[in-house]
Design a protein. Structure first.
Length: 179
């Protein structure tokens, strides 16, 4: 059995969890999330905890046991606290701005890049070079942050591009003049 899957999920105050045969719903002060349950996993909801158990002892049931426990825990944390990722834009003239539901990025290309922000995620721009992606769905927040970073990944010679806050970019030495 999975070590992570054995741990019960604590339900904070203000969060309600309901589960039937195929769907688990989690609602809290920040919003509501739902997910379908795969075959091979059973969820039991108590007063203050949620436990996940495999229904079959085959390879797939054991694999889904820990995964579903982590996904349900992410749902509980998301509706109570939310998730956020911070990005930094590094480079002369590189900047970002919000226009309605679109993020416009000036990254040294001939035209600015426009990115449509997904439903359920908010993007804030601070000082034109710091982006904050926030939302209740951890997968969606991570995907939006990764999509934004993919427009211009940090390059190793000057370090220009979009990086996660606190990300270390290994720098390379450029060409030296011939002797």
């Amino acid at each position: 059995m999975s070590r992570i899957g054995k741990k019960p999920i604590e339900i904070p105050s203000g969060v309600t969890v309901t589960a039937d045969d195929a769907i688990i719903d989690v609602s809290g002060p920040k919003g509501k999330l739902s997910r379908s349950l795969p075959h091979g996993v059973a969820v039991s909801v108590g007063d203050t905890t949620v436990t996940v158990s495999p229904t079959a002892n085959d390879r797939e049931g054991r694999a889904l046991h820990g995964l579903m426990r982590t996904l349900i825990n992410n749902m509980v944390v998301g509706v109570s606290d939310g998730f956020r990722k911070e990005l930094e834009i590094v480079g002369v003239g590189y900047r970002g701005e919000i226009e309605g539901n679109k993020l416009r990025l000036h990254l040294g290309f001939s035209q600015p890049i426009e990115y449509e922000i997904a439903e359920g995620v908010s993007v804030a721009v601070e000082k034109q070079t710091r982006l904050t992606v926030a939302g209740i769905d951890k997968e969606l927040v991570g995907k939006v942050a990764a999509d934004i970073r993919d427009f211009k990944k940090p390059e190793p010679y000057k370090g220009k591009g979009i990086r996660y806050a606190g990300e270390y970019v290994r720098r390379k030495v450029g060409k030296s003049a011939g002797a």
